[in-house]
Write a protein that binds this ligand. Structure first.
Ligand SMILES: [Zn+2]
Ligand SMILES: [Zn+2]
Length: 309
């Protein structure tokens, strides 16, 4: 099975907002029986997992997340190309996981004037829990002494906003975090909600950097189910009423025009339909976590070993 991360692709979603995407080919359906994808993909079609990062090119420029280390060289090339010689002012990290933040130090070294914005919850406050926190030491070439990084490091919390000129981004408490450190981000002018690990799904190999409504086939509940079953293992034991309330909160409080996830395709139309598919997926997922289902799984796992007499 091919397992090489693709060179990042990109497109301009709206004036000055770039979506960059690297894909991980996961093989064809036959190699992926465990995913049970017949409902949305042709048997001979390769499927991709993906990792997205988003760049605002404005009076001040901001990159949200870093793509992964296999692309560390290409990431800096790509930022240079998209910023057309401008400097990067801010690098914002959603959470300190290698696939979101793995190129942090590479990017900071390339842009020594860029300010690193990291979730305060991740590093905590006070001495001993600041820039030297080992959670940020996840790049292949972490400087031996992180104090040598000349960049300013700023801890951000929900409610903190950054004025970029035309765009203003704000950090948000995530309604569905995959990590206790995760921060979502919103942007006012484009009314985009960056939901990090929430609302991801796999795509067909011919559909990279296509918005959800441009895909060859509609996004299926199965696609949404499989992704969240993997990325949010706790959801099968979640309180479905509470999850529904959180989705209502997304619809009412944020009411986004665009949902931009880290591991799926950007959604620009019919957002309610995708949120409904997520709720359907959660209902199916919660059945998987029911006691009888878990008991039969446990019985299987804890069955006595078959030993030759
Ligand atoms: Zn993730
Ligand atoms: Zn792709």
């Amino acid at each position: 099975m091919p397992q090489e991360v693709s060179k990042p692709k990109y497109r301009e979603l709206s004036d000055g907002l770039y979506w960059t995407q690297e894909c991980l080919p996961l093989g064809t359906l036959s190699e992926l029986e465990r995913f049970d994808l017949e409902r949305w993909v042709e048997p001979d079609e390769d499927v991709h997992g993906c990792q997205n990062a988003y760049l605002f090119s404005d009076e001040r420029n901001l990159l949200f997340d870093t793509l992964t280390q296999p692309n560390s060289e290409h990431v800096v090339e790509l930022i240079d190309e998209l910023l057309d010689g401008d400097d990067l002012d801010y690098l914002a990290i959603s959470h300190p996981e290698a696939n979101h933040a793995g190129n942090t130090f590479t990017i900071l070294e390339a842009y020594p004037d860029a300010t690193l914005l990291v979730p305060g919850e991740a590093a905590g406050y006070g001495s001993g829990h600041s820039a030297e926190h080992e959670l940020y030491h996840i790049a292949a070439e972490t400087p031996a002494d992180v104090d040598q990084v000349p960049n300013e490091i700023r801890y951000v919390e929900p409610g903190d906003s950054i004025d970029l000129g035309t765009h203003t981004v704000e950090f948000e408490a995530p309604l569905f975090p995959d990590h206790s450190f995760t921060l979502w981000m919103s942007e006012r002018t484009t009314n985009t909600l960056f939901t990090v690990d929430w609302m991801g799904f796999l795509h067909q190999n011919s559909n990279c950097v296509k918005t959800a409504s441009e895909l060859d086939r509609d996004v299926a509940v199965e696609q949404v189910f499989r992704f969240h079953a993997l990325a949010f293992p706790w959801m099968r034991f979640g309180d479905t009423d509470a999850i529904e309330r959180a989705v209502d909160d997304v619809r009412e409080r944020f009411d986004p025009d665009v949902i931009a996830p880290a591991h799926g395709m950007v959604m620009t139309e019919d957002l309610d339909a995708y949120l409904d598919r997520f709720l359907e997926a959660v209902t199916a997922l919660s059945r998987e976590g029911e006691r009888s289902n878990m008991e039969s799984k446990l019985e299987y796992i804890l069955r006595p070993p078959e030993v030759d007499q």
